[in-house]
Design a protein around this ligand. Structure first.
Ligand SMILES: [Zn+2]
Length: 526
C-alpha cells in the first residue's frame, strides 16, 4: 500500500518531513516524496492523503490498560460536585446493573466529599445489600461502605499495611471506609482482582484497546502489570495495541522474589504485542492527598514518609538492574525523586557499567539540584502533561502552599539538562487521548476547561517537540525504537492520520481529531 500527497511528520532527525510512505507487510518500506513512493512501489495500491497530516502512532509512555477499560465501565464520579450527586449516580448505576454483585465507581474528588473526609456511612444507603467500592480520581485511595469492609475482613484489629493507612474513627477506632495508599493498592485491588471473572477482565481490556486505537495510540507502556492483567493479555493474544509492561513490585511482599518473577516473565513474553520489559516501584503517593514525599512540608505542616525508603528500595532495584530489567520508579515529590535517583545510582555502582534504560515516573516536583542527575544516570523522565491540566491544579498548588507550584511539571528543565523526556497519560488517572495531552504540553492550557488561563506558559513546548516526546521518545523509553515511534523504512507501519495540521498553532491540538489509525499496516480504526 502506498500513501501519497500527505504532510508526514516523521519524528526522524534525518528527514523530519515527508510526503509519502509505502507499507510492505507490517513494516514501512519507504518514506519520502510522492514521486519516490510511486517509483519505489509502482504496482502498489495507492491512498491519496489529500494533504492530510500524518504522525507516527502515539506510544503512551505510562498507562494502566485493564484499569482504563474498567474505568469506562464503572460509575463516573469525577464531575460529581457534592455528596448528593455522588450518591445519586451510584444509585443510578446500581439500578442499571442489577446483577452486579458490587457497586463500582471511580474518579471521586476530595473537594466533593464533606470536609474532604469520606465515610462508609455515606455509602451505606446507596445500595444497602451490596458492597460499594469507589476509587479516588488519583487511584491512591479507595472509599468503601460497611459491607465492603466486611467482605475485605477489615476491622478495628487490622493493622495498617506498610506504606498505607486504614482511616479510623478517633473515638471508637473503627475503620471509617477510607483506605489510603497501600491499603487500597494491596488490600482492595487484589481482592477485586480475585473476584473479577475472566469475562469481565477480557471485556475491560478490549474496551481499553478500542479507546486507545480510536485516540491514535498504537502502543502503550502498561505501568503496573499483575497476574490478572497478564492473564487477560495472554488470553487476548493479538492485542491490536503494542504493549510493553512493567511488573508491579508490591511493597508488602518479598521484593527479590517478585523481581525474579518479573525476570521470568520478561524472558517469556517478547511478542510484537506484549513484552514484559521491567519492574515498577511506587516510591511515594500524590501531592493532592499529601502522600507524595517532599523535602519540605506541605502547607498544613504535614509530610509523608516514602512508601519505599532507600534501604528497602536499593537492593531490589539493584537486583532488577542485574537481571537486565528496566526499572520504573513512581516518584512525585522531590524527596521520593531523590530516593529513586539514589537507588539507581546504587544499582549502577554495584552492578558496574552495562546497557540500562531506567526511568522515573511523574516527577511532578523535583529539586533543582537533582535535575542534572537524571541525565548523568541516563534516567528517562516519564511525565504526563494531562496531570498539569490547569483545571486540576488549584488543589495541587494549595497542598504545596508556596512558590513550589511555579516549578511544577517542569518538562523543559529535563531536556535542557540532557535527560530523555517521554510523555504518557497515566490513564485512567487522567484522560487517555493523545492529542489533548499534546495540547496541554504545547500550551499549558486546560483540555478539561479550555476557558481557564494557561499556567506557567513559559514551560510549554513547541508542538513538534511535544509530539516527539509522545512518540519517538516514549518508544525509546520502552526499548522499542527499532520498531516504533518514527516513520522510517524498516520500522513497523504504525501511524495516524489527522483531520487538520496542528503545527502552526498549538491551540488547534484540542480540536484536532484522528481520522484513521494504522497498526502494522492494517487499519483497525478509520
Ligand atoms: Zn500510573
Amino acid at each position: 500500500m502506498r500513501y501519497v500527497n500527505g504532510r508526514l511528520f516523521t519524528c526522524d532527525d534525518g528527514q523530519p518531513w515527508a510526503q509519502a510512505l509505502v507499507v510492505e507487510g507490517d513494516r514501512i518500506g519507504y518514506v519520502g516524496s510522492t514521486a519516490g513512493a510511486r517509483e519505489y512501489a509502482p504496482a502498489a495500491a495507492e491512498v491519496d492523503l489529500g494533504g492530510a497530516t500524518v504522525l507516527p502512532g502515539f506510544v503512551d509512555g505510562h498507562a494502566h490498560l485493564l484499569m482504563t477499560g474498567e474505568a469506562q465501565l464503572r460509575a463516573h464520579l469525577t464531575d460529581a460536585g457534592d455528596l448528593g450527586e455522588i450518591q445519586r449516580r451510584l444509585r443510578a448505576w446500581a439500578k442499571e446493573n442489577p446483577d452486579a454483585p458490587r457497586v463500582l465507581g471511580r474518579g471521586w474528588l476530595y473537594d466533593a466529599v464533606p470536609d474532604g473526609t469520606p465515610s462508609r456511612h455515606m455509602l451505606d444507603d446507596v445500595a444497602p445489600d451490596r458492597p460499594v467500592y469507589l476509587d479516588a480520581n488519583d487511584y491512591h485511595s479507595a472509599w468503601v461502605n460497611t459491607a465492603a469492609l466486611a467482605e475485605l475482613g477489615i476491622t478495628s484489629a487490622t493493622p495498617d499495611p506498610v506504606g498505607g493507612r486504614i482511616a479510623r474513627d478517633p473515638l471508637t477506632g473503627e475503620p471509617t471506609g477510607h483506605l489510603i495508599e497501600t491499603a487500597a493498592l494491596e488490600i482492595v485491588w487484589p481482592f477485586l482482582d480475585s473476584v473479577r471473572s475472566d469475562t469481565d477482565a477480557d471485556r475491560a481490556l478490549a474496551a481499553a484497546v478500542d479507546a486507545f486505537l480510536t485516540a491514535g495510540v498504537t502502543g502503550a507502556v502498561d505501568m503496573a502489570l499483575d497476574e490478572a492483567g497478564l492473564a487477560a493479555m495472554v488470553r487476548a493474544g493479538d492485542l491490536g495495541l503494542r504493549v510493553a509492561a512493567h511488573w508491579l513490585i508490591q511493597r508488602g511482599g518479598d521484593a527479590l522474589a517478585q523481581v525474579r518473577r518479573a525476570a521470568e516473565l520478561a524472558a517469556e513474553h517478547r511478542s510484537p504485542w506484549l513484552r514484559v520489559t521491567g519492574v515498577k516501584f511506587i516510591v511515594d503517593g500524590v501531592i493532592d492527598g499529601c502522600t507524595a514525599s517532599m523535602t519540605a512540608p506541605y502547607a498544613d505542616g504535614s509530610n509523608a514518609d516514602p512508601i519505599w525508603d532507600l534501604d528497602a528500595l536499593a537492593p531490589a532495584v539493584a537486583a532488577a538492574d542485574a537481571a537486565g530489567l528496566q526499572v520504573a520508579l513512581h516518584a512525585i515529590g522531590d524527596q521520593a525523586v531523590r530516593i529513586a535517583l539514589d537507588a539507581l545510582e546504587y544499582a549502577a555502582g554495584v552492578n558496574g557499567p552495562k546497557p540500562r534504560r531506567h526511568r522515573i515516573e511523574h516527577l511532578e516536583y523535583v529539586d533543582e539540584a537533582d535535575v542534572p542527575r537524571l541525565a548523568e544516570l541516563g534516567v528517562t523522565a516519564s511525565m504526563q502533561p494531562v496531570h498539569a491540566d490547569p483545571a486540576i491544579r488549584p488543589n495541587w498548588a494549595a497542598m504545596l502552599g508556596d512558590a513550589r507550584a511555579e516549578r511544577g511539571f517542569a518538562w523543559p528543565e529535563m531536556t535542557r539538562a540532557g535527560a530523555r523526556l517521554a510523555f504518557g497519560t497515566d490513564a485512567p488517572t487522567a484522560p487517555h487521548a493523545a492529542l489533548p495531552n499534546m495540547f496541554i504540553a504545547g500550551t499549558r492550557r486546560s483540555a478539561l476547561s479550555p476557558d481557564l488561563p494557561a499556567l506557567q506558559p513559559h514551560l510549554a513546548l513547541p508542538v513538534a517537540q511535544a509530539i516527539i516526546h509522545g512518540t519517538a521518545d516514549s518508544a525509546w523509553a520502552c526499548r522499542a525504537e527499532a520498531h516504533q515511534g518514527r516513520l522510517r523504512a524498516g520500522l513497523l507501519a504504525d501511524f495516524v492520520v489527522l483531520d487538520r495540521d496542528p503545527f502552526a498553532d498549538p491551540n488547534t491540538l484540542l480540536r484536532t481529531t484522528v481520522t484513521s489509525t494504522v497498526v502494522g499496516g492494517r487499519t483497525p480504526r478509520g
